[in-house]
Write a protein that binds this ligand. Structure first.
Ligand SMILES: [Zn+2]
Length: 150
């Protein structure tokens, strides 16, 4: 069977289309099923893998993702990379009374994944459509409001 790989943009468009027609999608399987059939409306040979779809979905600005996870018993090394989307993890630190700081865990810079030192292993995802923010306009209107107050 021959297949073609859609571009990131085509995958994102298909996700947006699917999310607008569904209030919430409570599994990656379901999302993949719907997105694949939407992609295949355009090109019957289109296919998208779980990992790629997940990475695009969790970082899409129009999706609110909930990540369910179980806790690993071991302190696994994450090597600074998010297990969900592959982006960089940021240390979450707490200041101590002695003037130092302790690392509490990590938080992804691009998606909602976070973990304590005992690693949270993602087990399930749920996706919700959210209005896309027009960041620039928002910032401008907030700035204008502040100006009026002064
Ligand atoms: Zn991430």
């Amino acid at each position: 069977m021959s297949y073609s790989i859609p571009s990131d943009e085509e995958v994102q468009d298909a996700i947006r289309y699917v999310m607008r027609r569904n209030k919430g999608i409570n599994s990656l399987n379901k999302l993949k099923e719907l997105v694949t059939s939407e992609l295949q409306n355009k090109n019957p040979n289109f296919t998208v893998g779980f990992e790629r779809l997940r990475k695009i979905a969790v970082t899409a600005p129009f999706i609110k993702t909930d990540i369910y996870a179980r806790r690993s018993e071991k302190k696994d090394s994450l090597r600074g990379k998010c297990p969900v989307c592959g982006n960089k993890l940021e240390k979450r630190k707490n200041e101590t009374i002695f003037g130092g700081s302790v690392t509490l865990g990590y938080k992804c810079q691009k998606c909602p994944y976070w973990t304590t030192l005992k690693r949270r292993i993602p087990t399930r995802y749920s996706f919700e459509y959210k209005q896309e923010e027009k960041e620039d306009e928002d910032k401008t209107s907030k700035r204008d409001n502040n100006r009026k107050k002064q």
